[in-house]
Design a protein around this ligand. Structure first.
Ligand SMILES: Cc1cc2nc3c(=O)[nH]c(=O)nc-3n(C[C@H](O)[C@H](O)[C@H](O)COP(=O)(O)O)c2cc1C
Length: 340
């Protein structure tokens, strides 16, 4: 066990006494310092098993989900902790402060979080500048969105700005149309809207490919709160537009799993254990409906190696975690890599 894994049980009660967002900000800062001090080295002594997905070589199948490192400030540290890939963002064309605080809540009884951060981020250019000099072996994905004050009929322009900016430095780009915290964003998942958006982005990807002489896969991240018809419509568009991958899922607006909890009615997206089952069902549905060549990245409620394995059995080629890291700490990385 490394120093950071030994320290985590001592730090957790202290971090959990702090306001959730403050604890999060501190954790990311501590990760950077711990990395500089060499405290993260060889957390993963499990043998690495690289995977080829979307033409990229992933050192292993475990990724850090979007939202943990919105500004791309700790990618080296996440790589050192053992992640095979790190998805930074969501990033928008212009910097924005996000929603008023408090906007992040813990529901420890359910090993869950509710957040309504609202894409607080320093803007795509700031993240791109940071990623230009990265050294990590981890694959780096850039998750992109639209500014809160950009109307949906102009959303395509925001995504194009971000795709163009991210292209030279990203290994893949994830199009976030599933956050519940930007008004109207999830409406972009409607069949006609998603077709228009994906088709414009695929065109831009083709021209950037020529310009930069490299292929950066384009993925779409979707919500767990979709019915069968909506899932079928999305899969139809993804197949027809030759999307390179699908990330399933984002947080849920469904509160049935946490009914009665004092924080259950806080607005925002619920993540962690309560979203696990729904997310697995959505992965399974997309795996059945998508062409075999289109990988699904599974995310939602992975709190153990067994949970990760379940997602892979449901058809995920790769998996990601966020809330699990809050509740289980750095040992989760070892646990997952030992089992997948
Ligand atoms: C505080 C917080 C912020 C998040 N921010 C983003 C984000 O900016 N973009 C995004 O695509 N997903 C975001 N997510 C969603 C996660 O990436 C993930 O899809 C979701 O939390 C389910 O995984 P989990 O149960 O492992 O947390 C966020 C999640 C949390 C808890």
């Amino acid at each position: 066990m490394t120093l950071i894994e030994r320290l985590y049980p001592v730090m957790k009660p202290w971090l959990f006494r702090l306001d959730a967002e403050r604890a999060h900000t501190l954790t990311v800062k501590m990760m950077v310092v711990a990395h500089r001090l060499g405290m993260l080295k060889s957390v993963v002594d499990a043998p690495q098993s690289p995977r080829q997905v979307m033409g990229l070589t992933f050192p292993n199948v475990l990724g850090l989900a979007a939202g943990m490192d919105k500004s791309a400030s700790a990618v080296e540290a996440w790589g050192a902790l053992g992640f095979g890939f790190v998805e930074v963002g969501t990033l928008t064309p212009r910097p924005q402060p996000g929603n008023p605080k408090p906007r992040l809540f813990r529901l420890p009884e359910h090993e869950a979080l509710i957040n309504r951060m609202g894409f607080n981020n320093p803007g795509i250019q700031s993240a791109v500048a940071k990623l230009r000099h990265r050294k990590t072996k981890a694959v780096v994905g850039v998750n992109i969105g639209k500014n809160f004050d950009t109307p949906n009929d102009k959303a395509v322009d925001d995504y194009i700005i971000c795709l163009k900016a991210a292209y030279p430095v990203a290994d893949y780009v994830a199009v976030n149309i599933s956050s519940p915290n930007t008004k109207g964003l999830r409406d972009l998942q409607a069949e006609d809207s998603v077709r228009q958006l994906v088709s414009a982005l695929k065109k831009e990807q083709a021209s950037l490919q020529k310009e930069h002489g490299k292929t950066v896969p384009l993925l779409v991240k979707i919500a767990p709160d979709l019915n069968d018809m909506q899932i079928e419509a999305l899969a139809r568009v993804f197949n027809e537009q030759a999307i390179d991958g699908v990330i399933a899922t984002n947080t849920t607006i469904d509160r049935s799993a946490v009914t009665g909890h004092a924080l259950a009615q806080e607005a925002g997206g619920l993540s962690g254990a309560p979203v696990r089952e729904r997310s697995t069902l959505v992965i399974q549905a997309f795996r059945t409906l998508l062409k075999e060549t289109v990988p699904v990245i599974g995310v939602g409620g992975i709190l153990s190696g067994a949970d990760a394995l379940e997602k892979m059995k449901a058809g995920a080629a790769l998996v990601q975690v966020y809330s699990g890291l809050v509740y289980r700490g750095p040992g989760l990385v070892r646990d997952v890599l030992a089992q997948v």
